[in-house]
Ligand binder design. Structure first.
Ligand SMILES: *[C@@H]1O[C@H](CO)[C@@H](O)[C@H](O)[C@H]1NC(C)=O
Ligand SMILES: *[C@@H]1O[C@H](CO)[C@@H](O)[C@H](O)[C@H]1NC(C)=O
Ligand SMILES: *[C@@H]1O[C@H](CO)[C@@H](O)[C@H](O)[C@H]1NC(C)=O
Ligand SMILES: *[C@@H]1O[C@H](CO)[C@@H](O)[C@H](O)[C@H]1NC(C)=O
Ligand SMILES: *[C@@H]1O[C@H](CO)[C@@H](O)[C@H](O)[C@H]1NC(C)=O
Ligand SMILES: [Ca+2]
Ligand SMILES: [Ca+2]
Length: 946
């Protein structure tokens, strides 16, 4: 089985049973091998890019770290996304041991050399295709998976024992021999000499350079073919069968532990070579993008705009607001990587417009006109859902509307998307005109303003809060001011210190720690009639009504939103909030130090370890998180809390360092209500005298569930082959009826059970089947989300599964029509029924084409004859003849993989086209005569037999 270098490390608990070390001089794990190779190759790529640009490049200090490499690459702003990329690759690597522990192919066990290589080469193809389609997340996941198998080869086979000094390049390509593979019946090992396995591989195997690998099984009394080597170790039951012992080099303590260093170094070199291969195929820039490294911001800025009639008097303000948000970033380091616009109306939503050019975006927003919408509620959640589906991880979304949501039933799906993408959603509601729902009130500034009803406002407030964004109700005059205040949150290296909401409002005390690494401290407060008292670490305090205090250096407001700039004073601050109305509080600042985390789950498989969750964690039971810090190589996590978003309870976890900057956090109970993750830590790199203590909070708020969904999708989708994803659902909470929704980002047709009924503790299975059209490009990312929601709306969970399309087909273009001849005697002087026109067309499907599948007449009353060319399936000849009463004709043409197009012809072209003057145009009494008349000649010219 696998674990070279088994997941150990990181994810394996350091129980000592496997004894995997993580300290220098101890055994190397998959994690460390993978990270080293990524850091090394990335440095080389950045150096090449710098050299191509004529820029200087200095190597980071060794040992390389993600922060050091990001800095050397001139992309220190990307240190967090780089770190995230590395984590996502290593988590997938580790998953191979946790999910496919017993499948020998994934681990090069049992001489499964061709199968193992197949996994690698198929993966390489998928990665290249994904990068070409800019689906970097899919590329990273696949990379992690195939790294695992590749690394295992060096631990589980006898490559090192054969005296090889370099990795086997033939594992990266499918068209060459891997080596001299042992025959199925050939004995390869003898018994170990007690614990000493140094000489258990047979001499003739070594002399003849025969490749073998160990058998592995956890089943007691497992057998293996006569004379074959075993993996070895306490778990491997084949190693007690003759020939006893094993050959793996997973750790220093393994059967061939004396070769662990050679195997691990060879695995690192092989991993680097695989990365190099991907880099050469992808190019340097796309390679760095896959690794999360980019100059400038990697954020996507998205606008979701209500275009119904009632917005007519506000759309100008919306334009000003969006322009000012865009312009505040253009030309700076924060300039978004791309822009998305999603208009929504009622009943239409979309289309999604994506561009990297801010001018194009402004142009499109400038051309928005407002109309329709019917009643005074609009499809704002449908618009938001569409935006979230197209927004990459960590996007910033601004939604502008004046209406309540007509589609509140989408709340659960939208919330799930917010959690998955960790995008921030700001809702800017201006002058609501929901006439039957509005209430008029006077706000603090005595402006006349209309508002949503409490429950409509609460829906928006909850979505904003879940995402870490703001929900602002403003008059149209203040719309731009509100947008400009919020756009501070687009700054780079933004961190959240504390974030909370209360509904109903109540007096509460919040504290937050300001550390020396922070700049630009801003407190955001939303709510009506909220007062507060701010107290600094030195005991000074300032009231909300006090404009002359020293703690608040500037204050801005628009509608129900206030933003206070704080004096930078390190230490523990408090803010006492007082209001009977709902309110939210958020404190942000800029700092390089931040954290990343994944919810992980203890593996149920034969190996101990933690696997990343693709769904919400389980509510009310213990759980775990894998936390890592970014922006400092020396920072450590000291405390982690799960804090309720709408209440004051918090649950403290136990932190265990896992090395390589990773911390495993165990909590006794995951809250069943919405919560955020708060991390405290310390670092000595900002102040040489004393270490600083810092606090950070996730901007996204999370939910847990009593529902457990499990599913595992094949990672490769083949077009036209039904793709089935079995899943199972179980509840530990109340039983009842549940709604199932399966959606995929490509809109591929799918089928699935839409509801199921569950009893507490019972598990029910279902299957989602989807099918990709024949002309889907290789590298297309298929992200399937299966949602399960209690019909009473009480509990919901989802699972997200990502697959990549690999299409052996290269034909993505429709057949083309070439007009060979057109003849017409249509004229105004002759009755149209007495005259006719004919056209000859050659339909071809290009060099990479799959062939013309059908040609159908979709306009015109004439007669169509089609005939595939006998010697060339890519060509179909078409003859059409019609009375002049039907002067136009249109053909629909399709190839064998469903690329479709149309071609039109008209009798008018016939009269104007330069026909050979010898052609005598006469009405055809009989079609066949026409063909004989001049068609045959053309066909013969073309060498095609009719
Ligand atoms: C092991 O995995 C390979 C690749 O996914 C698959 O083709 C094979 O059927 C699996 N073998 C077993 C025994 O499950
Ligand atoms: C990584 O880079 C360092 C420094 O350049 C070098 O010493 C080491 O051999 C490299 N390791 C691999 C696996 O390429
Ligand atoms: C979590 O709870 C389960 C079930 O009660 C228990 O078996 C397990 O040991 C717990 N894990 C931790 C880390 O406390
Ligand atoms: C679940 O649905 C079935 C069929 O629609 C219905 O008979 C049953 O009462 C429902 N159960 C609950 C708990 O709502
Ligand atoms: C559900 O599927 C799992 C895994 O495929 C299987 O072990 C289990 O028996 C199935 N349960 C039911 C109720 O069909
Ligand atoms: Ca409207
Ligand atoms: Ca409407």
């Amino acid at each position: 089985m696998s674990p070279i270098l088994r997941a150990s490390c990181l994810l394996l608990m350091l129980t000592g049973a496997q004894g995997f070390g993580i300290l220098p001089g101890k055994s190397l794990s998959h994690l460390e091998i993978t990270e080293r190779a990524i850091l090394n190759v990335t440095v080389l790529v950045c150096r090449a890019v710098a050299s191509a640009e004529g820029a200087d490049f200095s190597f980071p200090a060794e040992p390389f770290t993600a922060d050091g490499v990001a800095l050397a690459c001139g992309a220190s702003e990307s240190s967090k996304t780089f770190r995230r990329a590395i984590t996502s690759i290593t988590l997938r690597n580790v998953r191979v041991d946790l999910r496919y522990a017993l499948n020998a192919s994934f681990h090069f066990d049992e001489e499964m050399f061709l199968q193992g290589r197949g996994i690698i080469t198929e993966g390489i193809e998928a990665i290249k295709a994904s990068i070409l389609q800019e689906n970097y997340e899919a590329a990273r996941e696949k990379l992690g998976e195939i790294f695992h198998s590749l690394q295992d080869f060096y631990s589980h086979s006898n490559w090192v024992e054969l005296g090889m000094k370099f990795p086997n390049p033939n594992l990266l390509r499918s068209d060459v021999s891997i080596g001299n593979l042992a025959d199925e019946t050939r004995a390869t090992c003898r018994n170990c000499d007690g614990d000493d396995c140094r000489n258990n591989i047979l001499e003739d195997i070594i002399e003849e350079q025969v490749l073998t690998s160990g058998y592995f099984s956890v089943v007691p009394l497992a057998s293996k073919p006569t004379g074959k080597c075993s993996h070895g170790g306490a778990v491997d039951q084949t190693s007690i069968v003759e020939p006893t012992g094993g050959i793996n080099k997973d750790t220093f303590g393994s059967s061939h532990g004396h070769l662990h260093t050679e195997a691990a170094n060879m695995a690192t070199a092989a991993t680097s070579e695989l990365l190099e291969l991907i880099r050469q195929a992808a190019g340097d820039r796309p390679f760095l993008q896959m690794m999360g490294l980019s100059k400038g911001s990697s954020k996507v800025l998205c606008f979701v705009i209500d275009t119904t009639k009632s917005m007519g008097d506000k759309i100008g303000e919306v334009r000003t607001a969006t322009t000012s948000i865009i312009n505040s970033e253009v030309g700076t380091d924060n300039e978004p990587a791309a822009y998305i616009l999603v208009p929504f109306n009622d009943p239409e939503v979309g289309p999604v417009i994506k561009t990297t050019d801010p001018k194009i975006l402004e142009g499109v927003i400038g051309s928005i006109s407002t109309s329709g919408g019917g009643d005074d509620q609009e499809l704002s959640l449908s618009g938001l859902q569409l935006a979230l589906r197209f927004s990459p991880f960590n996007s910033e979304i601004f939604l502008f509307t004046d209406a309540a949501a007509k589609d509140p039933q989408l709340k659960s799906s939208v919330t799930a998307l917010i959690e998955r993408t960790q995008s921030v959603v700001h809702l800017i509601i201006s002058d609501s005109t929901s006439t039957n729902r509005l209430r008029r009130r006077r706000d603090d500034s005595q402006q006349q303003q209309t508002r949503l009803t409490a429950s409509d406002a609460q829906l928006y407030r909850e979505l904003a809060q879940a995402s870490g964004g703001q929900m602002v109700e403003v008059s149209k005059r203040e719309l731009s001011a509100a947008a400009s205040i919020i756009s501070d949150s687009l700054k780079s290296s933004l961190v959240t210190l504390v974030q909370a909401a209360r509904n109903p409002g109540k007096e509460d005390l919040f504290s937050f720690l300001i550390d020396e690494s922070l700049e630009n401290l801003i407190v955001y407060i939303t709510g009506n009639s909220v007062t507060f008292t701010l107290t600094s670490p030195t005991g000074d305090s300032q009231q909300s009504t006090d404009t002359s205090g020293s703690l608040i250096t500037s204050s801005r407001s628009a509608g129900n939103l206030r933003a206070l700039q704080l004096k930078k004073l390190a230490g523990l601050w408090t803010i006492r909030m007082v209001s009977a109305n709902p309110y939210t509080l958020k404190v942000i600042a800029q700092s390089p130090i931040d954290f990343l985390f994944d919810f992980v789950e203890e593996s149920q498989g034969p190996f101990e370890g933690y696997d990343a969750l693709d769904s919400r964690p389980r509510a009310d039971v213990n759980g775990s998180l894998l936390v890592s810090l970014t922006g400092s190589d020396t920072a450590t996590v000291t405390e982690v809390f799960l804090v309720e978003s709408w209440g004051s309870k918090e649950i403290k976890g136990t932190v265990r360092s896992q090395g390589s900057g990773n911390f495993l956090v165990l909590v006794d109970r995951i809250p069943s209500v919405e919560f955020a993750v708060r991390v405290k830590g310390q670092d000595n790199s900002f102040n040489s005298k004393a270490s600083i203590v810092f606090q950070r909070q996730s901007h996204t708020n999370f939910r847990s569930s009593h529902l457990t969904i499990t599913a595992d999708a094949d990672s490769i989708v083949t077009p036209r082959t039904p793709f089935s994803i079995p899943f199972s659902v179980r509840t530990d909470g109340a039983g009842g009826n549940f709604t199932i929704r399966a959606t995929n980002n490509q809109g591929f047709p799918s089928s699935f059970p839409t509801r199921l009924s569950l009893k507490p503790g019972e598990s029910v299975n279902g299957t989602v089947t989807l099918s990709a059209p024949a002309n889907t490009r290789s590298g297309t990312d298929v992200t399937l989300t299966i949602e399960v929601e209690a019909t009473d709306g009480g509990d919901a969970n989802y699972i997200v599964l990502r697959s990549t399309v690999i299409n052996p087909n290269k034909d993505f273009t429709q057949p083309e029509c070439q007009q060979l001849s057109i003849q017409s005697n249509c004229s105004d002087s002759v009755s149209c029924s007495q005259s006719s026109w004919t056209v000859f067309v050659r339909v071809t499907d290009g060099a990479e084409g799959t062939g013309v599948d059908r040609v159908t007449l979709i306009q015109g009353n004439g007669t169509l004859i089609t005939n595939p060319a006998a010697d060339n399936q890519n060509v179909t000849m078409v003859f059409y003849s019609s009375q002049c009463c039907s002067p136009d004709m249109e053909l629909q043409v399709a190839d064998k993989v469903g690329n479709e197009g149309t071609c039109s012809f008209s009798s008018k072209e016939g009269s104007s086209s330069a026909l050979s003057d010898s052609t005598k145009v006469t009405p055809c009494p009989l079609l066949i005569l026409c063909i004989l008349g001049f068609g045959l000649q053309i066909l013969t010219e073309m060498g095609i037999q009719w």
